[in-house]
Design a protein around this ligand. Structure first.
Ligand SMILES: NC(=O)c1ccc[n+]([C@@H]2O[C@H](COP(=O)([O-])OP(=O)(O)OC[C@H]3O[C@@H](n4cnc5c(N)ncnc54)[C@H](OP(=O)(O)O)[C@@H]3O)[C@@H](O)[C@H]2O)c1
Length: 331
């Protein structure tokens, strides 16, 4: 498998420059060939600083570059749909940032555009490529904690930058889109199912975006999950999976990199901690990029194709609907 997949970076987003460009370089079978910004000088500066051969001053120019196979889309959430569909129309594959869109209907349009173009689309939930979550799912499926009954998952941090786009409702700001999408995808991943019903409470910030969300999800087989997310609480990024004979706790889960050792803590029915399982230092972003490269080379779907993003968006839609209407929403 000698082919190199050529990546173009759609904007000088902080996350692209800090995390994704190094991850593409770390992953097998990929290289970064071009970057773009709305401001040509900014693109040129980023290209020089990060050793990227080509830079452009308009997004359309990157999409038209015949030397680019895949475009990574880290635009503000409210622009994911528009530009991801343009990427499909330009005949390129796309790894788009989470959340894939602002609602399930838009996400479905994106998926349809890629299926029609015969190109690959995936949402950039890198944590699913790390062995610590695969271990949790396999252990639950093998009955290692008895019958699964409860999952608790949360992601919060203090968003103390007043100019951050996450505060802007027009650009798809808000805690549920930004961080709540992770716990939702965790509970869907571990159960391997979609929720039957959703009940939620949403707290609205004066700037017009949600800043604290709590939701209860009921899954088939009498399995319940609670998820929470916030911009106004300290940093927490965990999930705990609880069965009738024990539990598995993952303390730092949504963005595992080589900066720390991935681990899962296994507890029994009483006060005992049975085991701490360690997974070494793995960069889940590079694992995600490598899966995408292989999907393009082997002409198969990525491990989590765009359709998975549509299902995640359906739960986000239901959480907003439940809070708005003050009732449980059946999916
Ligand atoms: N998977 C993860 O672990 C993770 C972590 C952090 C963020 N993210 C996701 O990555 C995306 C970007 O996040 P970020 O924190 O890197 O954002 P950011 O630094 O604010 O970058 C967003 C970029 O979008 C471009 N842009 C185009 N139109 C814009 C507009 N109207 N207003 C503002 N920017 C505009 C800008 O690039 P130019 O000026 O160069 O055109 C800007 O640099 C989001 O979707 C976020 O959810 C994912």
């Amino acid at each position: 498998m000698a082919r190199q997949i050529r990546w173009g970076i759609l904007s000088t987003a902080n996350h692209a420059l800090k995390i994704l460009v190094p991850a593409i370089r770390e992953a097998k079978f990929g290289e970064v060939v071009a970057i773009v910004s709305r401001d040509a000088a900014k693109a040129q500066q980023a290209a020089t600083e990060h050793g990227i051969p080509t830079s452009y001053g308009s997004y359309e120019a990157l999409l038209a570059d015949p030397n680019v196979d895949v475009i990574y889309n880290p635009l503000p959430n409210g622009l994911h749909k528009e530009w991801t569909i343009k990427i499909a129309q330009a005949g390129k594959h796309c790894l788009t940032e989470k959340p894939m869109a602002l609602n399930a209907a838009d996400a479905q349009e994106m998926v349809t555009a890629f299926r029609q173009a015969g190109k690959k689309l995936a949402e950039a939930f890198q944590w699913r490529h790390h062995p610590q979550c695969q271990y949790v799912r396999d252990t639950v499926r093998a009955g290692g904690i008895g019958d699964l009954r409860l999952i608790e998952a949360g992601f919060s941090f203090m968003l103390d930058r007043p100019k951050d786009v996450r505060w802007d409702p027009a650009l798809g700001g808000g805690a549920l889109y930004d961080v709540g999408c992770y716990p939702i995808s965790v509970v869907r991943y571990i159960t391997g199912a979609e929720p039957l019903s959703v009940t939620s409470h949403v707290h609205w910030h004066k700037r017009g975006v949600d800043d604290l969300v709590v939701a209860t999800l009921e899954f088939p087989g009498e399995v319940f999950a609670t998820i929470n997310c916030a911009f106004i609480l300290p940093l927490r990024r965990y999930y705990e999976v609880v069965g009738t004979t024990g539990s598995l706790m993952v303390p730092r889960t949504y963005n595992p990199t080589k900066a720390f050792v991935g681990q899962v803590i296994r507890r029994g029915v009483d006060r005992e901690t049975l085991e701490t399982i360690r997974f070494g230092r793995k960069n889940s972003y590079a694992l995600m990029v490598e899966d995408f490269n292989r999907a393009v080379i082997e002409d198969r779907d990525p491990l989590f194709p765009g359709e998975d993003g549509v299902k995640n968006m359906r739960v986000i839609d239901a959480i907003f609907q439940s809070a708005r209407e003050g009732r449980a929403v059946t999916l």
